[in-house]
Design a protein around this ligand. Structure first.
Ligand SMILES: Nc1ncnc2c1ncn2[C@@H]1O[C@H](COP(=O)(O)OP(=O)(O)OP(=O)(O)O)[C@@H](O)[C@H]1O
Ligand SMILES: [Mg+2]
Length: 254
């Protein structure tokens, strides 16, 4: 099947990487074969899976963009059913180096086409910007999952991002769909969190995941330890929420 899902938002720190790590792991645990691609030069996803903690030399997405390595040389098996294409800061160079090449925005799509049949789902963790790397990810994807932090101006930022998505759909990738909006870092005791939840559901009801990710320190601690929270702290409320999200996500695909 090989469905490709970009996890994207132009806003920083909204839970894109935390979602990429814990959703991909939870789906893999359910027996689906999953690949997760770190398309952010900050490499938080790579660190979050405990790779490169000791600064060892690895090949990653940059080498694929630059044509310097094949998929088998850069992909790493993390757990049963879960694979990663890691990144490091040199991913910044991809944009500069292929600036003049034809159909450069289709480069990632062509790369993924060569191995996508081997996976049930491929998630792409995007950087927090409208950069070339984000464009490539959206051109390569079948759908977009947008994490929205329950904070001020969330709805305004979401409207801006969805407008951008439809422009990309019109100009570069007509089959691009909205997978869903995921509310993250929800604090039930904060009035603002509840207001944002209501606002997002009012405007995007049918496109908002039922599962809401709570603010939970175990999620942040796990990333620091280089482990998915669903393994590091399986009983934490954040881990339970990501497992529930995985069930909701898989049920939606049927
Ligand atoms: N539900 C949560 N509860 C508590 N902390 C969280 C939660 N989700 C994410 N965090 C923490 O918030 C910070 C930002 O999360 P994350 O890195 O997933 O966001 P991001 O959107 O990928 O950021 P960037 O835009 O920089 O790539 C991290 O320190 C992470 O550990
Ligand atoms: Mg991130």
């Amino acid at each position: 099947m090989g469905k490709i899902i970009a996890i994207a938002s132009q806003k920083g720190g909204v839970g894109k990487t935390t979602t990429a790590i814990n959703l991909s792991t939870s789906i893999a645990v359910k027996g689906k074969k999953v690949l997760v691609i770190d398309s952010d030069p900050q490499a938080s996803l790579t660190f979050g899976f405990g790779i490169r903690r000791n600064g060892e030399k690895i090949k990653g997405l940059y080498e694929l963009y630059a044509g310097k390595a094949e998929f088998v040389e850069v992909s790493l098996k993390i757990f049963e059913n879960l694979y990663i294409i890691p990144s490091k800061v040199d991913l910044f160079m991809a944009e500069l180096e292929i600036f003049d090449t034809e159909e450069r925005e289709r480069r990632l799509k062509c790369i993924i086409d060569s191995f996508k049949v081997d996976f049930d789902y491929i998630f792409i963790d995007c950087p927090p910007s409208f950069s070339f790397l984000t464009l490539c990810a959206l051109v390569a994807s079948d759908s977009v999952l947008i994490p929205v932090q329950c904070e001020q101006f969330a709805v305004e930022a979401l409207r801006v991002f969805i407008k951008l998505l439809w422009r990309i759909k019109a100009n570069f990738n007509e089959s691009l769909e909205l997978e869903g909006i995921l509310l993250t870092m929800f604090s039930k005791h904060l009035t603002l969190s509840r207001v944002i939840l209501e606002d997002v559901k009012k405007v995007f009801r049918s496109k908002t995941f039922e599962t809401i990710i709570p603010r939970n320190v175990a999620l942040a601690e796990a990333t620091q330890k280089g482990l998915p929270a669903v393994f590091y702290a399986p009983d934490a409320i954040g881990s339970l929420a990501y497992r529930q999200l995985a069930s909701e996500f898989i049920a939606k695909q049927c």
